[in-house]
Design a protein around this ligand. Structure first.
Ligand code: FDP
Length: 314
């Protein structure tokens, strides 16, 4: 068995980065996994910057991650989906970490899988940077098992949390093929106003693709990475004209993991998610991510529908 730390050492990952991905983030992940088991799905009585009601678990997961980063001495700035602004952890530290501490938290109550997403940049604000500037990205899936998927830009690899609290390598060099046998169509509400989205999903149904959609971006993308094919879509529509998912906290880290496994991630205009500049922390983007050919086809099918999508705007 290869542990996460042994793997990072063997793969030549720089020592501080290896400590962040191999020790600091995993310790936060272990604690969040425990909090999910014990915490009830109660509301915290607060809202995040997007106006979404926060659960106590959202707030707690965010605190767990922030504490781990502060204690590590390795993190300069922290930016989280649950915080309005960046927070400084240590002035002279080498990394900035951006994160969504508990993606899909509304699914905890019904016992579906949820996740945490992390993107790592050189110290300093991520504003003005692109997803390509990430040094590494990773996510945890809290499901029947707790797993951890990482990329340091040399392949994408999966680890599993074992009973001795170690993360052990379970899949090295995940590979996503060019065509899909599975589809995960997010925001199907958009199909009510965008005929082409309806046609596209029908095309997948007629082609015999299997639906695998959980309502959580992390488990849905994890499915694509582990099964080796598939597409996840979350287009814009009149109520969310820029899409729902966050470029910095969700889309860019997941795009880095997907591209390093051979897949691709584009926005509604066909631009690479990793090329998109982060102009504000909480910027959103439509996303089409997974098997290369299927992603390309989806963007081609919908690009010309932009006017239809936005025609419902007041
Ligand atoms: P959630 O709001 O439950 O945190 O990131 C947001 C996200 O979940 C994704 O995980 C998920 O794919 C998407 O939103 C689901 O959005 P809809 O509720 O609009 O379907």
């Amino acid at each position: 068995m290869t542990t996460l730390q042994e793997f990072l050492k063997k793969s030549g990952c720089e020592a501080d980065l290896a400590k962040l991905i191999g020790e600091v983030i995993p310790s936060a992940v272990r604690e969040i996994a425990e909090a999910i088991k014990s915490q009830k799905g109660e509301l915290a009585g607060s809202q995040n910057i997007y106006g979404e009601k926060q659960l106590k678990l959202d707030v707690q997961s965010n605190q767990i991650a922030m504490e781990a980063f502060k204690e590590s001495g390795l993190v300069n700035l922290m930016a989280s989906e649950e915080l309005d602004e960046e927070v400084e952890a240590k002035k002279s530290a080498p990394f900035t970490v951006v994160f969504d501490p508990l993606d899909g938290s509304s699914l905890v109550d019904v016992n579906l899988a949820v996740g945490s997403i992390f993107g790592i940049y050189k110290a300093g604000s991520p504003i003005g940077k692109t997803g390509d500037d990430q040094l590494a990205a990773c996510f945890a899936v809290y499901g029947p098992r707790t797993t951890f998927v990482i990329t340091c830009k040399k392949g994408t690899h999966e680890f599993r949390l074992e009973s001795d609290d170690q993360f052990n390598l379970t899949n090295e060099n995940l590979h996503v093929g060019e065509d899909s046998k599975h589809f995960a169509p997010g925001n199907l509400r958009a199909a009510a106003e965008c005929e082409d989205y309806l046609k596209l999903t029908n095309e997948w149904i007629k082609a015999g693709l299997t639906l695998r959609y959980s309502g959580g971006m992390v488990p849905d993308l994890n499915h694509i990475l582990l099964k080796g094919d598939g597409i996840f879509t979350y287009p814009a529509y009149s109520k969310t004209p820029e899409g729902k998912l966050r470029l910095l906290f969700e889309c860019a880290p997941m795009a880095l993991l997907m591209e390093n496994a051979g897949g691709s991630a584009l926005d509604g205009e066909g631009a690479r998610i990793l090329d998109k500049r982060i102009t504000e922390l909480h910027k959103r983007t439509p996303i089409f991510i997974g098997s290369k050919n299927t992603v390309k086809r989806a963007v081609e099918a919908l690009r010309k529908s932009k006017i239809m999508v936005f025609s419902a705007l007041p």
